[in-house]
Design a protein around this ligand. Structure first.
Ligand code: SF4
Ligand code: SF4
Length: 217
């Protein structure tokens, strides 16, 4: 092989190696981001985690716009990639699914972004805001929920803003996972300590499927 041929083969070898290394690094970074996002719940209409991290400027505008103090900011100890980004503090405060989504409206870079809607035809009634996105997985701990263990309670009754998501059967509450959006308003209303309504990231693999409560009967 001529010198030129060897140079070309060498360049090709190194460019393939670099491409594979970059691909591998990106895959590892993606996997880390996906693994990390199981630890928290992003504000409504957040982009996919990787896109979100690229778009979010850590300005804190969504936190400032939330009238219920539901958004908090990840601390530096969480690592450079995510420090300063907003998350929902659903273990302590519920998301009220505000009309007009002020947190989303405050997000200028579009890290929180309403889905695109088609313009309604002229003269058609105004389109309502999009339905709430899923924020978290929520379930009832039947070991600590009062009606499930004996005494009556109705503290979380009538609090759910989503029709059919929190139902009562034989004086006991049940969450319908297909309808629940994970706002945690029922958890906020729960009078038991620790709370009998459990909230976790929707990205966390549900390993104990059977622990999800189905409607009895
Ligand atoms: S929808 Fe309302 S309550 Fe929920 S995070 Fe946004 S501003 Fe806060
Ligand atoms: S069941 Fe609870 S968490 Fe789910 S939508 Fe209703 S109030 Fe929100």
């Amino acid at each position: 092989m001529s010198d030129t041929g060897i140079d070309t083969a060498r360049r090709s070898f190194f460019s393939t190696l670099v491409r594979k290394t970059v691909d591998f690094t990106v895959r590892v970074a993606d996997a880390q981001v996906i693994e990390q996002e199981t630890n928290w719940m992003r504000p409504p209409f957040a982009l996919d985690e990787l896109q979100f991290l690229l778009a979010c400027t850590r300005c804190g505008a969504c936190k400032g716009a939330c009238p219920h103090g539901t958004i908090t900011i990840l601390a530096d100890r969480r690592g450079l990639k995510v420090a300063g980004t907003p998350v929902l503090d659903l273990l302590n405060k519920a998301c009220h699914l505000c009309a007009g989504w002020p947190c989303v409206a405050a997000c200028e870079p579009g890290a929180l972004k309403l889905p695109l809607r088609e313009e309604p035809p002229e003269g058609a009634p105004e389109v309502e805001s999009p339905p709430p996105p899923r924020l978290a997985d929520v379930r009832i701990d039947t070991q600590t929920c009062l009606p499930h263990t004996g005494p009556e309670c109705g503290a979380c009754a009538h609090i759910c803003p989503v029709p059919g998501a929190l139902v009562w059967n034989q004086c006991k509450p049940y969450i319908v996972p297909q309808l629940c959006v994970g706002c945690a308003l029922c958890r906020e209303a729960c009078i038991v300590e620790p709370k009998a309504i459990l909230v976790q990231s929707q990205h966390k693999a549900v390993t104990e499927k059977t622990s999800l409560i189905e409607i009895a009967g």
